[in-house]
Design a protein around this ligand. Structure first.
Ligand code: SAM
Length: 238
């Protein structure tokens, strides 16, 4: 009950309209997150109010029909315990979701949540973005790629833009250093076919820290040499 109330309060404060059913789904997700967090490291954030704001509302802060059109194929890169991918899917069931992470253990949790919430069209993929982004099955197959708390923007561009079809968007959920990261990412954007379309500063209910959602449009195909082999994007950012 405590989480449900916190969630409803935080969603209303942020101005998001979510049905009772969708709130109940997020509540179940929260219960599973806490239960599984006992046996594996999924999140350091566990208090109801904090999970409601910093995981659920933060994930939903990137929702925008202009950049995530109906029935979009969306890949969440480095999804961890499912953020932002699963809250987006709960609120936008039309999305065809792919959750990608290199840590296999976490994927069992994602499978459990997907089954418990009876979510349809969710593909859970174990792999590194550097490799998965090279495979024909995934490369430039998505209207949208999202990522939160995976790497700095210049690195993330190399991990995420290869998945996005030309005309689609890579959506980065970023913290206080987003302007500095944007400056650093100019070369990567140019090389990989990305162009910053929109930056939305985000103020989460009850928090003072600065965040932003960065919408990057894919304006040209990513050259075949990218992403480079695993570890290289991080080691030698473009
Ligand atoms: N996105 C989630 C969130 O915001 O709560 C998880 C963030 S967690 C700090 C980073 C996640 O990215 C980890 O689960 C890690 O395994 C994954 N990851 C890091 N590098 C990756 C890569 N190259 N390919 C796929 N997953 C990666």
């Amino acid at each position: 009950m405590e989480f449900l109330q916190a969630l409803q309060g935080a969603l209303a404060a942020y101005g998001l309209k979510v049905t009772d059913e969708q709130c109940a789904a997020m509540n179940r997700y929260y219960e599973l997150l806490l239960a599984w967090n006992e046996k594996m490291n999924l999140t350091a954030i566990t208090q109801p109010q904090e999970v409601a704001v910093k995981h659920m509302v933060d994930s939903l802060s990137c929702l925008d029909p202009e950049f995530i059109p109906p029935d979009s194929a969306l890949i969440d890169v480095g999804t961890g315990a499912g953020f932002p991918g699963l809250p987006l899917k709960i609120v936008r069931p039309d999305i065809r979701l792919t959750l990608l992470d290199s840590l296999n253990k976490r994927l069992n949790f994602l499978q459990e949540v997907t089954s418990a919430l009876k979510l349809k069209h969710v593909d859970i993929v174990h792999g590194r973005a550097e490799e998965t982004g090279k495979s024909k099955q995934y490369r430039e197959r998505f209207q949208v790629a999202t990522a939160r708390a995976v790497a700095r923007l210049n690195v993330l561009c190399e991990l995420c833009l290869p998945f996005v079809a030309v005309g689609g968007y890579f959506i980065a959920l970023k913290g206080a250093q987003y302007q500095e990261e944007l400056g650093e990412a100019q070369n990567a954007l140019r090389l990989l076919g990305g162009d910053v379309a929109h930056i939305r500063p985000v103020k989460l209910p009850g928090l003072d820290d600065v965040r932003a959602v960065i919408y990057i449009r894919k304006i040209a195909a990513t050259p075949g040499e990218y992403p480079r082999r695993p570890g290289m994007p991080e080691k030698k950012p473009l």
